[in-house]
Write a protein that binds this ligand. Sequence first.
Ligand SMILES: [Zn+2]
Length: 138
Amino acid sequence: MIQSLSNTCTACGADEVSDFVSERSVPFIGFDRQRGAVRVAVRGCKCGACGFAWHTPEQLEAVTEPVVVAMGSAAPSAIRAARERRSWSQRDLSRVTGMPEPRIARIEGCQAIPTLAEDEALRRALELGDRGSAAAST
Ligand SMILES: [Zn+2]
């Protein structure tokens, strides 16, 4: 995980940055309105000089993806992989699903959790299998 670290502190500019990992329980409300929680290893960066701690975008994606999957949605990484296997752009996938292109970008980037209808549209377009089944790709 060293390669995903930025080497300088975003607060004070010192280069004494190390990474840390803490296991946390992340709560969520599923589509059936049931409350759930998933345990996730949360990685972050911490400055040895000023103590500032932050997460890189990659580290945040790694936290969001297991939550999205626990809610029953297709994994964002599986959506992206299946789209790229077809040599589709996000615009192509937008045309097939009828979903706005920025929305697809946010879902693939773990910045948005798909709705039930969006998840079903993405699964249908990319042949990712039914909800609740294991992700069709690795
Ligand atoms: Zn610092």
